[in-house]
Write a protein of this length. Structure first.
Length: 278
């Protein structure tokens, strides 16, 4: 009789690295309720478009890309309610060039300025954790819980009494867009990203005098790769495809071994019976 025993194999899985695609930005001065800019999305898989907006403390009513509405992530005012940052996103935006259009709620007065930036990425499954912070200091920071392999993106909005240069991102942060108001050059907005290890702190250094700021960070989660079921053999991991080739030979060898043992036992029994015959 041949008895085969099976055991569960350990499972391993990973994720496809998130890839930066493209960035663009826009600025508006005046009392219009909308402003827009053009963004080109590439043809990679599992696309996402992230849009950050800064304004003079006026909330965004909605954002579209090529007419498709984006989803809201978070909004944050600075401590004095002078500047406001918001972040929105769209999964699976169409490849090609389209218009990012931002529509504000009615401010009740001319809106002095609005600034915005957009960034697209590939290999993103969705948005995970997010967080926001504000302050009146030269260092802006926000901490976001994320896992290794994730990518944290942020949107900064603020103003200063004087601003000799654009804000600079912290160590490990990559600036994706940065824009200042043409009429109010001390008002600013910017966005960056950073590879994750839990947790991630996004930082910006703001020069000049009397800066106030609002900062939002969000975690982009990568697409998970299909599970691989390895077998530990002599310290080496054999993937499923190799097992499909090796396993039938193992079964065949075991079967032949059992048959040989059964044959040997039968022969021995015959020999014992013959030797015991009168």
């Amino acid at each position: 009789m041949l008895v085969l025993f099976s055991a569960g194999l350990p499972s391993a899985h990973g994720s496809t690295p998130i890839v930066f695609d493209a960035t663009a930005n826009g600025a508006m001065v005046g009392s219009a309720l909308t402003f827009s800019w053009s963004h080109t999305v590439g043809s990679g898989a599992n696309r996402i478009l992230v849009v950050g907006v800064a304004s003079r403390a006026v909330a965004v009513a909605g954002i579209t890309y090529g007419g498709t509405p984006l989803a809201f992530i978070a909004g944050q005012n600075d401590p004095s309610d002078f500047s406001r940052a918001e972040m929105w996103y769209l999964l699976s935006p169409p490849s090609g060039t389209a218009i990012v259009q931002v529509t504000f709620t009615n401010p009740g007065a001319p809106l002095p300025y609005a600034l915005g930036g957009s960034v697209s990425y590939f290999n993103v499954a969705g948005v995970g954790n997010f967080n926001s912070a504000n302050g009146a200091s030269s260092l802006a920071s926000v901490m976001v819980n994320a896992d290794s392999g994730d990518l944290v993106v942020d949107t900064l909005a603020g103003a200063a009494g004087s601003l000799p240069s654009a804000p600079s991102a912290g160590v490990g942060d990559t600036v994706r867009w940065s824009v200042q108001s043409a009429v109010f050059p001390n008002d600013f907005s910017a966005g960056s990203d950073k590879a994750a290890a839990s947790p991630v702190t996004m930082t910006w250094s703001i020069g000049g005098s009397r800066p106030t700021w609002a900062l939002i960070g969000a975690d982009l989660q990568p697409v998970t790769q299909p599970a691989v079921h390895p077998l530990n053999v002599g310290g080496e991991m054999l993937p499923v495809n190799m097992l499909r080739v090796v396993a039938p030979w193992i079964v065949a060898v075991l079967a032949l071994t059992m048959v040989a043992v059964e044959t040997l036992v039968i022969r021995r029994k015959k020999v014992v019976r013959l030797s015991c015959s009168p």
